[in-house]
Structure formats: C-alpha cells, structure tokens
Design a binder for this molecule. Structure first.
Ligand code: AVJ
Length: 323
C-alpha cells in the first residue's frame, strides 16, 4: 500500500484543539475525532458488538445484502474512495461486488490514523483485483487528491459509512456534503450511511451500555490527554453521561466532573478548573429521518437515487448521485 504522509504536527494540533475546547466560556467541549486513538478504536470495535448498539450490525447487514445492487446502479469504470477506513469488513462487500462488475479497481481509504490505514490494508490486501492506495489525510484533503489523480473517464464512489455524518451537527453536515460535492463531478456518487431516529430509551441505552464499554470509550479521551499532552485528569473523578437533545435530534456524550477540581495539561500550557457537575461535551450522534436525507441531498447538489433500510435497527444506506 502507498500512503501519503501528513505535513502538520499532530501533537501540536491536538494541544491547540484541547486548549480551545476547554477554555471556552460556557459549555466545555472536546472534538470527538480524538476519541479514536488505538485504545479508543479498539473500544469502539467492542461497542459495535454490544447488544444495545445495533448501528454497526445494521450497516453491515445492509451492505452485505445490497452491495451488488448499489454498485450496479453506478457508471463504470469506478474508483472507490472511503472517508475513514473503518475495519474494512463493510468495504469488502462493496469491493467484491465491484470486482464482479469490472476487472480491476482502485480503493483509496482516507484516514488520519496510520494504524487504522495499516489495519485496513491488511484486512483487504488479499483482494487480487483491487489496488489499495491509502491517504493519511483529513477527509476533504484526501478526497481532493483522489479526484486530482483520477484518470479520464473514471467515476468516483465515495463511501461515508457507519453514520459518521451523525457526528456533525446539521449545519456542519450540510456544509460538509457541499464540500464533498464540489470536489466531485456530475455522475460521481456518495454512499452515505445514516442512523435513523428511534425511541429515546433505545438511543440512550445504545450510548450507555450496561457493561460500561461506552463509558470507557468516553473516559479514554481524558486518558489520552494524560498520555499525549502530559496532563493529570483523575479518571475516577469524571463520569460518563448521555442525554438526548430533542432540538438537535442527537445523542450527546459528556464527561461530568464529580467534584470541584483543577487539572493541568502541561503540553497545552493550560490549567483548567471544573465545578462539581460541570461537563465536557465530547460527542454528538445526530439521528435522521429517511425523508430528511432526500432534502439534505437536494440542498447539497446531490440527488438521493436509492435508499436501503434495515428492519431490525432503523438505519439507512443512501445512494447520492452528484448532479
Ligand atoms: C462511529 C460515530 C458512528 O456516533 O454512534 C459509539 C461513535 N460513540 N458510541 C456513533 C460512538 C459512542 C459512533 N460513530
């Protein structure tokens, strides 16, 4: 696998974003993308096996069942770019379907984590007709490169799976899809996976499982700051909290300070104080309706050509075609 290295200093960027999020007036927050270091990614893999969290299994079922039909709807020759490399499992079905319909194909995972890229290459490297070119980049930067390298006549299918779009609030999600559309050409496609609205108790259980894996996943963000930025968060003095935000239609994860306390983050040159009960907002997972996706597609320069939904866990694969 080829990879293209990043230029920015990741530790410096992490420190800057932690500083910005924890010195905000009002609600403190940390960017959810930092939940996924090696420990966080491994914990997420476990979350996806929990009975309460049906999301990943729904995504997998839909792709396993419909990969052939999804690929069949698109013009060839097709190259596949993926925003986030995931575990590779879901992507395999798409790539297998593609290799049945065209002889060879390029697959370009775009991912800021080198470990995740390497795991993806290992997982999918056995597919003989697929050449993998990894991009160690932010999503849009990576996609720009993929688009710039495409050959005459090739179409792009962008995969944005796992309902990762849910981590953006609605305005940011709309802006993001517009950016993706700007990089693509008419006839290119985006396969967008979205978790759908469902009863609030079911949603809360999915993000606050009885084994405490999601709690560990959330707390690992503080452990990561301790490890990478030389900080002294007391992990037993913060607790995992989830709430449903009805205005945003999202599940929010927070870390709640169990007492009044101070924390030093050496590498960010920062001392932060927390009141008892004060929270750090670490992630939002927005939930969509099927109808809303049609509107979102139209508002961002796409047309939603097909939707496939899961019966067991409300979830949708949406095939958006650039207009
Ligand atoms: C990987 C972003 C889809 O928002 O459901 C799982 C991450 N957070 N449990 C989600 C997550 C808590 C997950 N995504």
């Amino acid at each position: 696998m080829l990879t293209h290295a990043i230029t920015a200093d990741p530790v410096y960027e992490f420190a800057a974003e932690v500083r910005a999020g924890l010195t905000r007036r009002g609600q403190k927050e940390l960017p959810s993308k930092y939940l996924y270091d090696d420990v966080g990614s491994a914990l997420f893999e476990v979350i996806s096996l929990l009975p309460e969290y049906g999301l990943t299994r729904a995504d997998e079922r839909l792709l396993r069942r419909h990969a052939y039909h999804i690929v069949r709807e698109l013009p060839k020759p097709l190259i596949v770019a993926e925003l986030g490399s995931g575990s590779g499992k879901k992507t395999r079905w798409i790539l297998e379907a593609l290799s049945q319909q065209q002889h060879t194909a390029s697959y370009c995972p775009i991912e800021i984590s080198p470990t995740a890229l390497a795991m993806c290459a290992k997982e999918l490297g056995d597919m003989e007709s697929i050449s993998i070119v990894g991009f160690e980049r932010e999503y849009l930067d990576g996609l720009l490169e993929v688009a710039a390298r495409r050959e005459e006549g090739e179409h792009i299918l962008v995969l944005f799976l796992g309902s990762t779009i849910g981590n953006f609030d609605r305005p940011a999600g709309t802006r993001f899809l517009r950016e993706v559309r700007r990089i693509l050409s008419a006839g290119d496609a985006l396969l967008l996976a979205t978790d759908l609205t469902k009863p609030v108790p079911q949603l809360l259980a999915a993000y606050d499982d009885s084994l405490g894996v999601t709690a560990a996943f959330n707390l690992n963000l503080l452990a990561r700051i301790n490890r990478e930025l030389d900080a002294n968060f007391a992990l037993d003095q913060f607790e995992h909290r989830v709430r449903f935000n009805p205005e945003a239609r999202s599940v929010e994860m927070h870390l709640r300070s169990m007492r009044k306390q101070g924390v030093n983050i050496e590498s960010a040159g920062l001392a932060v104080s927390f009141e008892e009960g004060e929270t750090i907002w670490t992630e939002s997972s927005h939930k969509y309706s099927q109808h809303e996706i049609l509107q979102l597609a139209m508002a961002t320069g796409f047309r939603c050509q097909s939707q496939w939904t899961d019966e067991e866990w409300p979830f949708a694969e949406n095939l958006l075609v650039a207009q």
